[in-house]
Design a protein. Structure first.
Length: 183
């Protein structure tokens, strides 16, 4: 977790956040300012979320590392959504959480049962959860890109999600629920 001021300067960082910065995993800190790591496929997604945070708006985005294809859900929340009793409230304008997606096949199967997805939709979701692009998933599943997109639209409709980021964030949350049930 990261606590930022109005200029995206780091004010508080927990130990996992420090480890992400040291490893340049999804984020970096240059001059004390939180930014996107050069290892991301689309660093602009995080930059836009941080811009929204500076404007007082929240955002949830999905980041993907270029080399490993591992994904993380990033949530940026302005301070206005928190208690005014925080001891450093005057210097903090928002918080950023980064949660790596270790969803795996279990979350695709669980979402499939929960939302009554077809076998083809579950197979596509499983590939997406594992970091594949829609075109790559289509190739792996031996279907056309048009068929894969049709399945993805059906998944969006059935789950009430509108973007892949929202869908994968849901799969990640499902994975966390499953992990807490097992422990």
């Amino acid at each position: 977790m990261f606590a930022l001021d109005a200029l995206s300067k780091l004010r508080l960082v927990n130990k996992p956040g420090e480890a992400l910065i040291r490893a340049r995993r999804w984020v970096n800190a240059t001059g004390g300012t939180l930014g996107a790591s050069h290892t991301l496929i689309a660093p602009g997604v995080l930059i836009t979320a941080l811009d929204r945070l500076r404007a007082g708006l929240g955002a949830t985005v999905l980041l993907t590392e270029r080399s490993t294809r591992q994904q993380a859900v990033v949530t940026a929340m302005p301070l206005s959504g928190f208690s005014s009793s925080l001891p450093v409230q005057g210097t903090i304008s928002g918080f950023v959480w980064i949660v790596p997606c270790d969803a795996g096949a279990g979350s695709a199967d669980s979402l499939g049962r929960l939302f009554k997805l077809s076998r083809a939709e579950i197979a596509l979701l499983d590939r997406l959860v594992r970091g594949a692009r829609v075109s790559e998933a289509a190739t792996e599943l031996h279907v056309s890109i048009h068929t894969a997109r049709t399945h993805l639209k059906a998944i969006f409709r059935k789950t009430g999600r509108h973007t892949q980021s929202q869908l994968l964030a849901l799969a990640n949350r499902m994975s966390m629920i499953r992990m807490s049930d097992a422990g």
